[in-house]
Design a protein around this ligand. Structure first.
Ligand code: COA
Length: 456
């Protein structure tokens, strides 16, 4: 699908209320430090299309107002040595691009199976430029022949995790549709920088998130796996599928004299992990791990202030042998995931922060280029990274021309990257967006559906 850029501009905050430089927290600077892409598709009403104020002007004007509150996004980050970054709140602004497409909304079908068409709808971030020249937020409004539009957004993970990014989007939309700000973000990375960290007795060995994930048996590194061609599949699970999996796990655990209830995330992540081990044809002795992010806002004591803006997510790891995952009942794998979640209490969180602070160089823990990088963390074969967006307020973003008809992640192309999203109509269904090596994707789809009891 052809997309041509009409115009691009820098949008600055309407007024400048902060001129400081901030030391970022270690969580801001590790893991994904590139931008996270999302797309929103709309079918604006005829009234809107005819109204005197254009969609792009509405977006631009409201963006400059919302940036007054979300001023970190209007700044830039720069390297300060040892793989560490600082944030300059210099109001350099964000980029807003206007584009036209020869395509129509109908070309996207159900959207979910056409994610390969999203790439040109997302604002391009040139990672070859110095990091301090890159806007931390970029938006692209693409207008289609049929009158439909797409808003593609890239938000830097250095300044915002999923909760923070969605808070920004929701307040931007409120201002655009003429409502007041609901709640200002609370920005203070110093919360995690206190030199006087609470004392903890947890040893480094407990933090397996700092250890390199396992390699394929017989391999000395993961370079070959990183190079392999990948493909993204978006796989829907109906509410019935989810209920069957949950029931299967619950009934299966009776054998262990315990009837555990596991959450949707635990059950589906376990099911994904099992399907991946099978599709990748792992040996039974293959060590494998599942990495995922935990929101610590309410796990800290005291909890973080409401609408904390930044990164308040800690990455944890569940590990096992592929043979156990493939042959034991699903509740075994759910329990592994539950154990990894349950250990994340106040003490564990501060001890994780303490270890980050003591690291002389953060570079080995930074996913800098996002795409096909040969450095940084890699959760591809034999591992997986399954991030939950299940409880994020993702849908219903109305800038004044109605709610989106589709919202979803942009492209992601690193083997093993997986997102779990709620179904688009809040009916209890779930969508799994998973990137796998081309050679594994068909087998993964087969096991993903065949291993749901009653679906064989
Ligand atoms: N909306 C709906 N239900 C919610 C909810 C919300 N905002 N918050 C909690 N619940 C309920 C649900 O019923 C859920 O059970 P169910 O999914 O079986 O229906 C239950 O509470 C447990 O939810 P949660 O505490 O989120 O546990 P989980 O096992 O589903 O997920 C984690 C575990 C670690 C993934 C989750 O705690 C977490 O941190 N999620 C945020 C991840 C994140 O920030 N992602 C973006 C990264 S940039």
């Amino acid at each position: 699908m052809e997309v041509s850029i009409k115009h691009s501009c820098i949008v600055k905050p309407q007024e400048r209320i902060c001129t400081s430089t901030f030391q970022l927290s270690e969580w801001d600077q590790t893991g994904v430090i590139t931008h996270v892409p999302t797309v929103y598709f709309y079918r604006p009403s005829q009234e809107w299309l005819k109204s005197s104020k254009s969609i792009v002007d509405t977006l631009k004007e409201s963006l400059s107002r919302v940036l007054v509150h979300f001023y970190p996004l209007a700044g830039r980050v720069r390297w300060i040595g040892q793989g560490r970054l600082e944030l300059l709140c210099n109001a350099k602004g964000v980029e807003l691009i206007e584009a036209n497409s020869s395509g129509e909304l109908s070309d996207f079908g159900d959207f979910a199976s056409q994610t390969n068409l999203f790439e040109n709808l997302l604002p391009y971030v040139d990672y070859d430029k110095p990091i301090d020249e890159l806007p931390l937020m970029l938006g692209q409004l693409t207008q289609f022949k049929c009158g439909g539009i797409c808003l593609g957004v890239n938000i830097s993970h250095v300044v915002a995790d999923g909760q923070s990014a969605l808070h920004f989007m929701s307040e931007w939309a409120r201002l655009a549709r003429g409502e007041p700000l609901e709640m200002a973000p609370y920005f203070n990375p110093d919360i995690f920088r206190s030199q006087d960290l609470p004392k903890t007795s947890i040893g480094f060995d407990t933090h397996i998130e700092f250890k390199p994930p396992p390699l394929l048996i017989g391999a000395n590194n993961n370079l070959e796996e990183r190079k392999k061609a990948t493909i993204v599949a978006i796989l829907p699970l109906s509410k019935e599928h989810v209920d069957i999996l949950k029931k299967d796990v619950k009934e299966g655990s009776i054998d262990d004299h315990n009837m555990y209830s596991y959450t949707r995330y635990e059950v589906i992540a376990a099911h994904i992990w099992r399907s991946a081990c099978k599709a990748r044809e792992h040996q039974l002795e293959q060590p494998t791990c599942l990495g995922f992010s935990i929101d610590v806002r309410n796990r800290l004591q005291p909890p973080l202030p409401p609408k904390y803006f930044g990164n308040a997510i800690l990455d944890v790891v569940a590990s096992s042998k592929s043979g156990d995952i493939m042959t034991k009942p699903l509740h075994y794998t759910c329990a592994k995931i539950r154990q990894a979640i349950e250990k994340v209490n106040n003490e564990y969180i501060w001890s994780n922060i303490d270890f980050w602070k003591k690291l002389p160089d953060l570079s080995p823990f930074q996913d800098l280029h996002a795409r096909k990088s040969m450095d940084g963390p890699f959760y591809g074969n034999p591992n997986l990274g399954v991030i939950s967006w299940l409880t994020l307020p993702m849908y219903g973003l109305d800038f004044g021309w109605g709610k989106e008809i589709y919202m979803g992640p942009g492209t992601h192309d690193s083997d093993g990257d997986c997102l779990m999203l709620p179904g688009p109509v809040n009916d209890g269904s779930v969508q799994v967006a998973i990137c796998l090596q081309e050679a594994h994707v068909d087998a993964f789809k087969k096991y993903f559906y065949k291993d749901i009891p009653g679906e064989a």
